[in-house]
Ligand binder design. Structure first.
Ligand code: GGG
Length: 325
């Protein structure tokens, strides 16, 4: 069977790194690619950042490869995660040989709850002066992400599982989150650790080697994974998978990088590593492994883009990865 992959480049450097990832996928697999549009520029051109056709195509495809969007993240990324029925956002932050990482011992995977928390999309303007945001946390979704996180740790050989929360302040919502996650850990009879998410931000910098899998509510996962990107060499290195039961969306953790967009020098590694996660999603483990090895080889031996100290273009790096395949 030929799987159908929707390709959405989005804004800024999404336009540059996604074609690099598609080039790599074309070199190793036989997918049918269908291009669709979304993002700030689509809002500016058509009035709607996420056309109905894009949403439906993503919903009915086998998987989506997504780049980045800017101001329209809430109108694009969140509905698309819902379209692929994604409950988990997997964000590995790993240091690679040859990359000048602040903390080369970092190997942490953030398992981010992908549907709730302050990203539930319930905001109101009460008066000109007063706005509110509703933070939704359910036991069901918290159990589901914890089960996924503990299972991920077990399947991928991580001994350290940490539950991140802020239950001392958000007593009810994070109370439900941490109680559900604890219950899953206890039922499985495995060791786990708990950390207040703000303290964890500091501890990741001081002792990243102490952390393996971090199970966290939505916003905490978004923030902490960017912190960890700083430990391993920057956002150009972090891929992610929005995991659903039968569908998925794969996107670099980075945003649109307007400061370098259009220059052709964005690091495509995060997008290519996201493509490797897409291959894994279909069970093509060996092919995913060879893509990862090719990326690691290029990160180690070059060429590299300016964010990693080199002078190569996005296309140079993509070509070097494909050469190794
Ligand atoms: N590919 C990453 C991207 O588009 N980021 C925009 C953003 O702010 N996303 C919010 C999120 O990941 O929840």
């Amino acid at each position: 069977m030929t799987e159908t992959i929707v390709v959405i480049k989005g804004d800024g450097i999404g336009q540059e790194v996604v074609p690099a990832a598609v080039e790599v996928l074309e070199a190793v697999a036989d997918f049918e690619f269908v291009e669709r549009e979304a993002g700030d520029y689509v809002r500016d051109e058509q009035g709607d950042p996420l056309p109905e056709d894009t949403y439906e195509t993503v919903r009915n495809a086998d998987a989506t490869l997504f780049g980045a969007v800017g101001e329209t993240a809430a109108d694009v990324v969140l509905p698309l995660r819902e379209a692929v029925d994604s409950f988990a956002n997997v964000r590995p932050a790993r240091a690679y040989p040859g990359v000048d990482a602040l903390r080369p011992e970092t190997d942490i995977v953030f398992i981010r709850e992908n549907t709730q928390g302050v990203y539930s999309g319930i905001e109101s303007r009460i008066t000109d002066d007063v706005t509110t945001l509703t933070r939704v946390i359910t036991e069901d979704a918290s159990r589901k992400i914890a089960e996924f996180g503990f299972e991920y740790a077990d399947a991928n050989g991580y001994d350290d599982v940490t539950i991140a929360h802020k239950q001392n302040v958000m007593r009810l919502t994070d109370g439900v989150f941490v109680d559900a996650a604890r219950a899953v850990g206890d039922e499985r009879g495995v060791d786990y650790d708990e950390k207040l998410m703000d303290a964890l931000g500091m501890l990741l910098l001081l002792e990243p080697e102490e952390y393996g899998v971090v199970i966290c509510p939505n916003l905490a996962g978004d923030v902490l994974s960017d912190v960890a990107a700083g430990l391993v060499g920057g956002l150009g290195l972090l891929p992610s998978a929005n995991v659903g039961a039968d569908n998925g969306m794969f996107e670099p953790v980075h945003g649109t990088a307007p400061d370098i967009a259009g220059e052709g020098i964005a690091n495509p590694s995060a997008a290519v590593l996201s493509a490797a996660m897409l291959l894994e999603h279909f069970g093509y483990e060996e092919t995913a492994g060879s893509v990862r090895t090719a990326v690691e080889g290029v990160l180690s031996d070059g060429p590299t883009t300016p964010d990693l100290g080199g002078s190569a273009t996005t296309d140079d790096v993509a070509a070097a990865i494909v050469d190794r395949l």
